[in-house]
Design a binder for this molecule. Structure first.
Ligand code: NAD
Length: 319
């Protein structure tokens, strides 16, 4: 077996910080090089500052650390992307080209997270199929839809082993979200754990697909370790976990925090949410690499609240 050395871009972010820890547990702390444009506390193991728009620096790090795999997480997410569309496009696309090009040159395996944002208002909203209309209406979605196709292009044209999933909204206690439209579903648990009320930027009945962080990370590892010949999708695999509305998650939280209250002040993110699917058909991922999430809304709520309540209690005791 070849010894793997993994480089993660955007390792300081919501998903990257958890993925770095898990990959370090699996491959050894020194086998995982965490990088980000800003410094980050990610525990034991190497860290380098890297702006992925700097292709020369990426090349230099790949050579110096003898990298064999890149997990390319750096991106500008949906809500932040709408504030400055051209910058989001530049970062999301050109960082991907830099990763694909260095991977092509050194024959590296690549993971690229796409998103349900690659779909759009004309996509069937219920049980969205793997192959369907992708006419996204956000710059983030346009960059993910294009990115998926570029991944497939590098696979077909250059034989690059690039693998991808379309993540729904990711919910975890370990880290804070970075400017997406599903961020509310993380923030709501923090407010509940602190005993505060929550103001939601989406309407009560806005149903969106979500996935618990633990399932998301396991899914990435499963996909990256699957035999190449079992993979039939080289754009990006649909991935589903749990679909719920703000009113439903609030109701679930109230089972554990009886006085918890929510009010609604929809903003520009409502329009983004309305353009996305409500539930996703992920049977191809289930078939090809045995994808199977474990957490439903009830299990996720118990796990989120117990970890966050413990965390806030420990912080209080420190002061
Ligand atoms: P995040 O915003 O929390 O983290 C992104 C990280 O990228 C940040 O630490 C940021 O500093 C870094 N970054 C930004 N520009 C950079 C640059 N030029 N060079 C290097 N680093 C840079 O995002 P996340 O939630 O962890 O998402 C990770 C990936 O997963 C992204 O590609 C995102 O599109 C995708 N995704 C996330 C979700 C979700 O719900 N979090 C859903 C679907 C897809």
């Amino acid at each position: 077996m070849t010894k793997e050395t993994i480089l993660i871009t955007g390792a300081g972010g919501q998903i990257g910080s958890v993925l770095s820890t898990t990959l370090r547990q699996a491959y050894g702390a020194n086998a995982v090089l965490a990088t980000d444009i800003r410094s980050a506390e990610l525990g034991e193991g190497p860290f380098e500052l890297l702006d992925v728009l700097n292709g020369n620096r990426l090349h230099e790090l790949v050579k110096r650390y003898r990298v064999t795999q890149i997990y390319h997480l750096a991106a500008i997410l949906s809500a932040r992307g709408e504030q400055n569309p051209k910058i989001a496009w530049d970062i999301n696309m050109n960082s991907l080209f830099n990763v694909l090009d260095v991977a092509k040159e050194h024959q590296l395996k690549v993971f690229f997270p796409s998103s349900i944002a690659a779909f759009g208002p004309n996509t069937p909203k219920q049980n969205t199929p793997q192959d369907t209309i992708t006419q996204p209406s956000t710059v983030y979605g346009i960059s993910k839809a294009a990115g998926e196709n570029w991944c497939q292009y590098y696979h077909l044209k250059y034989g690059l082993d690039v693998r991808s999933v379309r993540f729904p909204g990711i919910i975890g206690y370990q880290s804070l979200p970075g400017g997406g439209t599903t961020d509310y579903a993380v923030d709501i648990y923090h407010k509940a754990a602190l005993g505060d009320s929550f103001t939601c930027f989406l309407e009560p009945d806005t149903r969106l697909p979500m996935l618990y962080m633990d399932d998301a990370i396991q899914g990435v590892l499963q996909l990256m370790n699957a035999p190449a010949e079992t993979l039939t999708v080289r754009t990006s695999y649909n991935l589903a976990g749990i679909s719920f509305t703000p009113a439903e998650i609030a109701g679930e939280i109230q089972q554990h925090v009886p006085g918890f209250s929510i009010n609604y002040q929809p903003d520009f993110r409502q329009v983004i949410a309305d353009s996305w699917p409500q539930s996703i058909d992920d049977q191809i991922a289930r078939r090809d690499w045995e994808w199977k999430p474990k957490f439903d809304l009830s299990l996720m709520t118990q796990d989120m609240l117990s970890h966050l309540q413990e965390m806030y209690l420990a912080e209080m005791l420190k002061h």
